[in-house]
Structures are given as structure tokens and as C-alpha cells.
Design a protein around this ligand. Structure first.
Ligand code: CA
Length: 513
């Protein structure tokens, strides 16, 4: 009922204001307003010459002057520290990973709470957060206030299971439907020479980032992470848990260690690093991995000539021992990136209206696609990148250079990405969509001081201990079955339950548990 009323109100506003202000309906201020902005990312920092910025300035009357700290460091954290230490915080603070900073210093007065400003002056932001209250809860501080407008990725899918379909065909095998069939396929990849060179040189399962090997835990009903950050907590029915302390972990690690010992998992999985995918695929050695839809699909094009018959296909997640098919990784719906209003800002009302502009249809298109006639043309009411623009190279980097897809607070439009995603990835996304394999994710918590103190004191050493044991067990230098009871007792002694309690209390406050 409430949503319907809001929608009606939003439509009413549009129909009244559009004719009244004809070509200036996005204008925020008659007299131009200048505000300073810090917006840092490892690849770029704010540039008032970005065509997108110039267009926004033209449409709204608000001119953001670049005042980014640390433009010569790739570390946004370092840039934030420089800015905070200077005592001269720009009017708007944005870019990479600002969430923890604004949620810690906002309640102390360094950043302006946005809730009332949105309610009174930002109809598009209000409509967005009314529609997605869980996204607002996920980025609010422990005092219940919102201190930044986040960058909100669109599209649900991140990584998928990829397997050499041409190897399956060569060996006369079907795609594995469950963990037992997966074991048989990987064993055949190891034994039966699918690359046909007469040498047993195949690496059945590999990963660019070694923690991807932990996704295999889900085949034994375990978990490796609840978010798009490795080794993170997860939530089951409102209860915070950690995948490396639950019972199914023992069975999972025991089996991963067995697969590793049998040569089904890359012996160099912990050390091979980010070139693993490029190397093992282009040398016709790798059989299966868990990696991103879009970028992995590109090998079907780039290796077409080098590896005859090369066909890397997305397969559905094989079912676990209890029959569950799980895609544990997905895109996070709210990023710790975005922008905030600092206490030095002379005009928070104009600023929130400016933030709101990027949630209008025109502003969102500008933030996602760039400038009409330059980067895209409208075709049947949709912005479509021009061939000239696509020919310039990777779309992401080209868009950063004009000020699109940069980490201001905005809602991404997945259509921008679909236009340059390979058909094999799009087919994979359809497969995962049809199977409904995604599971709920943990969007993080904002601690109060007391909880933060417990977490800071205990978690880092517990996490280090967990990962040390994990590697030793997988590599076979220790046996999880022999050590499981000791392991659990040690976690307890190190304060595992205290950390879970702090997480749970923050989680309950934030998500109304
Ligand atoms: Ca071979």
C-alpha cells in the first residue's frame, strides 16, 4: 500500500514538474553553486573535466571542484587518512571504500546524517530506499543513520563453474550433476589424456584466486563465505556463523584434501596466482575452474585458434551430498563505495539534491552510459553503445575516462554490461537464473564501540589461525580428523564465541533480528 502511494506520488511529481520546467526540470539551483569533492579510486580520482561532470553541471547548476587527497597513491585508505589528518575535509567525500570511515566518524560529527535530507529533499533516493529498505539497512551506521549514498551494482551473478566441454566430449562424458559425478569427471580428466598429447599433464581443477578452491566446501554442505569477500561470515535463519567452525567443514576439508592428494586439484593452487587461468587454458592444461562469467567467457574467443576445439562451458553447480545445488558467490548489491556530505559542507540541501539527480532517469543514464551521441545512441528508447566507442577497447576503462561507472553514489544498470558480454556467458547466466542457485548473502554489520573493540581484539588472530590450519589440512601436512576437537577448543579459547556474539548483536540491531 505504502509503495503504491509513493509510486503515485512520484508519477504525479513528474507529470507536474516536467511541463512546468520544460528543458530545465533537473536544475537544482538558479545561481551556480560550487562544492569541493574528494573522490578517490585506485585507477582514477575526481576530474571536473570528465564529460559526465560537465553535463551534470549544465543540467543541475552544481559544480563540483576536485579536491581529492592522495591522487598519487593507489590506496584509497591512505588517501582517506591523508584527508582526515589534514583537518580540511572537502564538502563531499567519495570513492572507494568509504563505508567504514563514514560509519565510524559520522556519529562523531564528521559527516552529515542523510535520512532527513533524503526524506525532505530527495524524492528519487527516497523512492529507491523505500523500494529496497534492506540496502539502506546494510549501509547504515550503528546509530541507525545513513552517512553515505552507496554505489549499487546491478546484476546478480558473479562467478560460475566452468568446465572444458570439448574434453568431456573427447572422453565421451556428460556434465557432472552431483559431487560424485564431479569426482569421476575430474579423475577422468587426470587419467585419460583429454588434451591428447600422450602425457598426463592435465590440471583437473584450478583457480586464479586460491580461496576459490574453498567453494568446493559447498559440495559437502559447507560454506566458504557469506559475501563477495573471502573467508567472511554467513547467515543462516538470522544466525551469524562462520564456515570454518561449523560441523560440515570437517567433511568438506577432509574431501578437498583427498582430491588434492589425488591430483584432482592444482598442486600449485596456493601459489600459482592470478595468471593461472590465462596459463592453464592457453596451454590446454586446465579442465575446470570457478571464475567470473564475463571475463572467463572471453577465452572462447581469444583461444579459438590457439587451442583447436576449445569450448569452456558454464555448468550448473553439481549437487551436494544432500542434493543442494548452490552458487555461493554473487555480486554484492551495495558497495562500501559512494559519497557522503562532510561537516564542512555549507549547503547540505543542495548537495542531497545533487546526489538525488543521479537517481533520476537522466542522471542514472549519465552515470552508466556517458553522453548521448558520444558513447551511446538511443535505440528504441535504450542507450546503446556506438560501434566506434566499443572499438576503443575495454568498455570499463573507456567509461572511467569520461566519468561514467565511477564510484559516486549511483545505481548501476546491468544493461551497460550485457552489451559487451560474450554469448557463452549470457547462456550461463540464463542457466543459473533458471536453476535459482543463488543463496542469501551477508551484507556486513556496523559495530558500536563495544562490539568493535571485541572484534578488533580477537578476530584477526582467530582468522589467521583458521587459515593456517586450513592450508595444512588441504596440503596434507596435518589431518583434520585427528585435530578437529583441539581446533574447536582453540577457537573457543581465542574468543570465537565472543566475536560471534558481537557480530550477532550488531546484526540484530541492524537488520531487526
Ligand atoms: Ca595430456
Amino acid at each position: 500500500m505504502r509503495k503504491l502511494t509513493l509510486l503515485a506520488a512520484a508519477m504525479l511529481t513528474t507529470s507536474i514538474s516536467a511541463p512546468a520546467f520544460a528543458d530545465g526540470h533537473l536544475r537544482i539551483t538558479d545561481e551556480p553553486v560550487e562544492l569541493t569533492v574528494h573522490l578517490h579510486n585506485k585507477r582514477y580520482s575526481y576530474d571536473e573535466n570528465w564529460p559526465v561532470e560537465q553535463a551534470a553541471r549544465e543540467l543541475t547548476g552544481v559544480h563540483l571542484k576536485g579536491a581529492t587527497f592522495g591522487t598519487n597513491t593507489p590506496s584509497s585508505q591512505e588517501a582517506h587518512n591523508l584527508m582526515l589528518a589534514s583537518g580540511d575535509i572537502p564538502h563531499i567525500v567519495g570513492g572507494d571504500k568509504i563505508k567504514d570511515m563514514v560509519n565510524e566518524y559520522g556519529p562523531q560529527g564528521a559527516f552529515v546524517p542523510l535520512n532527513d535530507l533524503i526524506e525532505e529533499h530527495a524524492p528519487n533516493l527516497k523512492a529507491f530506499f523505500d523500494k529496497y529498505p534492506e540496502k539502506m539497512a546494510a549501509v547504515s551506521s550503528f546509530d541507525g543513520n545513513l552517512y553515505y549514498i552507496p554505489y549499487l551494482p546491478d546484476g546478480k551473478y558473479g562467478r560460475a563453474y566452468w568446465m572444458r566441454q570439448d574434453w568431456l566430449d573427447t572422453l565421451g562424458l556428460e556434465q557432472p550433476q552431483n559431487v560424485d559425478e564431479l569426482y569421476d569427471v575430474l579423475t577422468a580428466f587426470r587419467n585419460d589424456d583429454p588434451n591428447g598429447n600422450g602425457v598426463q599433464d592435465e590440471i583437473p581443477f584450478f583457480a586464479r584466486q586460491w580461496p576459490e578452491v574453498l567453494r568446493l566446501l559447498t559440495f559437502w554442505d559447507g560454506r566458504s563465505s557469506g559475501s563477495d569477500t573471502y573467508h567472511d561470515f554467513h547467515v543462516v535463519d538470522g544466525q551469524i556463523k562462520h564456515g570454518y567452525a561449523i560441523d560440515s567443514y570437517k567433511t568438506g576439508i577432509e574431501n578437498i584434501a583427498k582430491w588434492y592428494a589425488e591430483g584432482l586439484i592444482d598442486p600449485e593452487v596456493f601459489t600459482r596466482g592470478s595468471s593461472a587461468r590465462e596459463f592453464l587454458l592457453s596451454e590446454n592444461l586446465g579442465g575446470m575452474t570457478h571464475d567470473w562469467f564475463a571475463s572467463t567467457s572471453g577465452y572462447n574467443i581469444s583461444l579459438k585458434d590457439k587451442v583447436p576445439g576449445f569450448d569452456f562451458a558454464v555448468i550448473a553447480p553439481p549437487a551436494s551430498i544432500s542434493g543442494k545445488r548452490v552458487a555461493e558467490h554473487r555480486r554484492i548489491p551495495v558497495k562500501p563505495d559512494g559519497w557522503a556530505i562532510s561537516h564542512t559542507n555549507p549547503d547540505p540541501v543542495t548537495t542531497i539534491k545533487y546526489f538525488d539527480f543521479y537517481f533520476t532517469e537522466e542522471g542514472r543514464r549519465l552515470a552508466n552510459f556517458g553522453i548521448e551521441g558520444e558513447q551511446y545512441e538511443m535505440v528504441d528508447g535504450q542507450p546503446i553503445f556506438t560501434d566506434e566507442f566499443k572499438a576503443k577497447g575495454p568498455i570499463n576503462s573507456s567509461l572511467y575516462q569520461v566519468g561514467s561507472q565511477v564510484q559516486r553514489g549511483y545505481f548501476q544498470d546491468f544493461n551497460y554490461e550485457i552489451q559487451w558480454t560474450n554469448p557463452s556467458a549470457l547462456r550461463g547466466i540464463e542457466l543459473y537464473d533458471a536453476g535459482d542457485y543463488l543463496i542469501d548473502q551477508f551484507l556486513g554489520v556496523a559495530f558500536n564501540e563495544e562490539e568493535q573493540a571485541v572484534y578488533d581484539k580477537k578476530w584477526s588472530s582467530i582468522s589467521t589461525y583458521m587459515q593456517e590450519k586450513q592450508q595444512a589440512w588441504i596440503l596434507g601436512s596435518a589431518d583434520i580428523n585427528a585435530e578437529w576437537d583441539d581446533y574447536q577448543a582453540t577457537l573457543e579459547k581465542m574468543g570465537y564465541s565472543d566475536v560471534i556474539e558481537a557480530m550477532q548483536s550488531a546484526y540484530d540491531r541492524q537488520y531487526g533480528g
